[in-house]
Ligand binder design. Structure first.
Ligand SMILES: Cc1cc2nc3c(=O)[nH]c(=O)nc-3n(C[C@H](O)[C@H](O)[C@H](O)COP(=O)(O)O)c2cc1C
Ligand code: SF4
Ligand code: SF4
Ligand code: FES
Length: 634
């Protein structure tokens, strides 16, 4: 049965009328990070404590909402996961961090009843050491341009009416009722948007190529696989703004003439799966999806499918094979999915963030969209900022922003092991995950976009951005990514399957002190061969972390190979713990701690370590109160 078509205006008006009745709104971050830290308990505590304080509580705006009530709702990830669970109180503009259920009664009493701020739960700027009342004062948020993420962290992702009340589905309705498919493709081409899935292919061109295919059956696919270690941008968009993703898919479907589509989400993202499923169901129930989209008689069915959890399944031909029920293995291109995709039909496959950006482009127009970003990479990009920075989390900046702005202004600067800021501590940044590369101090002022990064041997890739301090070993870092790609190679081509294995073995030789000049030479040659001879992007980009570190940190490789020394003091096999006789007080703490009896010495006399027995565990370094032992991991 076709559901009734409710106009967007009616839904928006009803929602706004109900929302105006609320005196305050408490938004608890319901992203994966905050939920893992107890956000659901905080939510329950608010519902209970608001009622206990004698205030009217609502968990949804509707016609039964009492005037003056406090709405307690959840949002998608607000980006500042490290500080979660986050709680925002509006209209007060207060953001509380690391909130635990025990804190809730105090927030209710102070903020909701008396209108005061609970200072101890505010975020304290680690540089200026000042408490910040809300996002407007927090540098992490101030320096960002949140457009794709604008609603994430504010809106209730499970309430379609709130999305609609914020102009949701207006662009999709225009696409279905006013615009011709070719006009949509033209507008998207004019906007200059390039795919956010890593490759940066122009979206308009991909759509137009699919649109002109003569077949009547076509598909649209949203790639929500996101298998890169450390990346969580697409997950956050699906969790925080699922309707925006659906709206982008609807516009893509209309542009190419598809009547069916799939949202492919990795199974390890249960919250994203659940929210996408609910969003599809709610959109169908409102006649936005289904047999009669916006009453036009046009059909669009979307399915949410859970991916098997292999990194290679994010590659578009492997993803298509996976939906078809085959093993997720890439196949050669051409034919491109635009020509022959799912079940041999023309298919557009786009990244989550690309699709979430599409409604913005139709709403603001291509020219306005181009005002952000750079000439050849317009718009904004989300990044997962992690590593040795004071503020980690999900960020969104215009293309063209520099690494310096991201790491120092948004990230708050490089941190030491104890978490304090080290103004001189920057060593490198790894960008683009396993397909990307490492950049150095000399690249800090490089405006980031698809082309500038390729030029220096890195890639926007997944959008993972790992900042590293001076205690990071670049060889070990390259090895980490090689281990990942080697594990994830599907095995179809020899160069990727065997080449990544051999590269990993060579890197093992380097970090374990068995390498010589030949090791470095073979590693470099093999990296180029794997790059050239692999079938899909996994193999083609797998050598990037190695090649970029060889290019920018060659001296560090050479220290491992020729001096058998790890300059960062991280590679265990190359360490030689030694006791400084001047500093040693002969207290015997290390001697008692050593698990293999490698330390000897009389009381009150300097102790010594027998290198033949030592297993380099570092226990003695941690035990020594006089910092007398060096050369091991502490
Ligand atoms: C090994 C591998 C993994 C990939 N993983 C993803 C992914 O998780 N999400 C994604 O959108 N694109 C991924 N891609 C890129 C996709 O193949 C494809 O180019 C992209 O989904 C196209 O969307 P876009 O044009 O919007 O960027 C991956 C590519 C390779 C080679
Ligand atoms: S490059 Fe690697 S992952 Fe890609 S098809 Fe070949 S073996 Fe599989
Ligand atoms: S590093 Fe471990 S094994 Fe070696 S001397 Fe110290 S405690 Fe003993
Ligand atoms: S999950 Fe709450 S801020 Fe990211």
């Amino acid at each position: 049965m076709t559901p009734p078509v409710t106009t967007l205006e009616e839904t928006a008006a009803a929602y706004k009328q109900a929302s105006e009745k609320a005196a305050r709104r408490v938004v608890i971050c319901g992203g994966t990070g905050c939920i893992a830290n107890g956000a659901l308990d905080v939510f329950e505590a608010f519902v209970e404590q608001v009622a206990t304080a004698g205030l009217k509580v609502a968990v949804e705006f509707n016609e039964h909402t009492d005037r003056g009530s406090v709405l307690v709702s959840m949002s998608g990830c607000q980006g500042f996961c490290q500080m979660g669970p986050l709680v925002t109180v509006e209209p007060d503009g207060v953001l509380y961090t690391r909130v635990r259920p025990e804190d809730v009664a105090e927030i209710v009493e102070a903020t909701l009843v008396r209108g005061e701020v609970v200072d101890r739960l505010l975020y304290v700027d680690p540089v200026a050491h000042t408490p910040c009342k809300g996002t407007a004062q927090i540098p992490f948020y101030q320096r960002q341009t949140r457009t794709v993420l604008a609603g994430c962290g504010i809106m209730d992702p499970e309430d379609i009416r709130e999305y609609i009340a914020n102009d949701g589905y207006v662009a999709a309705r225009r696409a279905f009722t006013e615009l011709k498919p070719e006009t949509i493709c033209e507008e998207i081409t004019l906007s200059g948007i390039r795919g956010r899935g890593g490759g940066g292919f122009p979206t308009g061109r991909k759509w137009e190529l699919t649109r002109i295919q003569p077949e009547s059956k076509k598909y649209v696919i949203c790639n929500g696989d996101e298998g890169d270690p450390g990346a969580f941008m697409d997950r956050s968009v699906m969790e925080g703004a699922p309707h925006r993703v659906i709206e982008g898919m609807m516009i893509a479907a209309r542009a190419i003439g598809a009547d069916e589509g799939y949202v492919y989400v990795r199974a390890e993202y249960p919250l994203a799966v659940a929210r996408m499923k609910k969003a599809v169901e709610d959109a169908r129930a409102m006649g936005i999806l289904g047999d009669n989209v916006f009453g036009t008689g046009l059909k669009l069915e979307l399915h949410v499918m859970e991916g098997a959890g292999a990194f290679v399944c994010g590659e578009e031909t492997a993803l298509i094979a996976s939906i078809e029920g085959h093993r997720g293995m890439p196949s050669p291109k051409p034919p491109f999915p635009a020509q022959s995709g799912l079940w041999g039909k023309p298919t557009v496959i786009n990244n989550v963030e690309t699709l979430a950006t599409i409604p913005l482009i139709l709403n603001m127009g291509a020219a306005e969209f181009r005002r952000r970003g750079t000439e050849k990479s317009p718009g904004t990009k989300t990044f997962a900022l992690t590593g040795h920075v004071a503020n980690t989390g999900l960020i969104e900046v215009p293309f063209g922003t520099t690494l310096r702005e991201i790491i120092f202004d948004i990230g708050g600067g490089i941190t030491r092991k104890d978490g304090s800021i080290d103004p001189e501590g920057f060593k490198a940044v790894q960008i683009g995950g396993p397909s990307g590369g490492c950049l150095t101090e000399e690249h800090l002022d490089l405006p980031l976009d698809f082309d500038s990064l390729r030029g220096v041997g890195a890639m926007v890739g997944s959008g993972g951005l790992v900042a590293m301090n001076r205690n990071t070993c670049m060889v070990a870092m390259a090895r980490f990514f090689m281990q990942f790609t080697q594990n994830e190679s599907c095995g179809k081509c020899v160069l990727c399957r065997e080449g990544t294995k051999q590269m990993l073995a060579l890197l093992d030789d380097i970090v374990e002190g068995r390498a010589d000049q030949g090791t470095l030479d073979i590693l470099e040659k093999l990296a180029v061969a794997v790059q050239k001879g692999s079938l899909c992007g996994l193999g083609k980009t797998a050598p990037n972390p190695v090649l970029s570190t060889l290019r920018h940190f060659r001296a560090e490789y050479e220290a491992h190979v020729f001096q058998k020394r790890c300059p960062a003091g991280k590679c265990k096999a190359l360490l030689t713990p030694e006791i400084d006789a001047q500093l040693c007080k002969g207290c015997g703490l290390c001697l008692r701690t050593c698990p293999v009896g490698a330390i000897s010495g009389e009381r009150k006399q300097p102790h010594v370590i027998d290198p033949a027995k030592c297993i380099k565990c570092g226990a003695c370094v941690a035990a020594c109160k006089f910092n007398a032992i060096s050369g091991a991991i502490s």
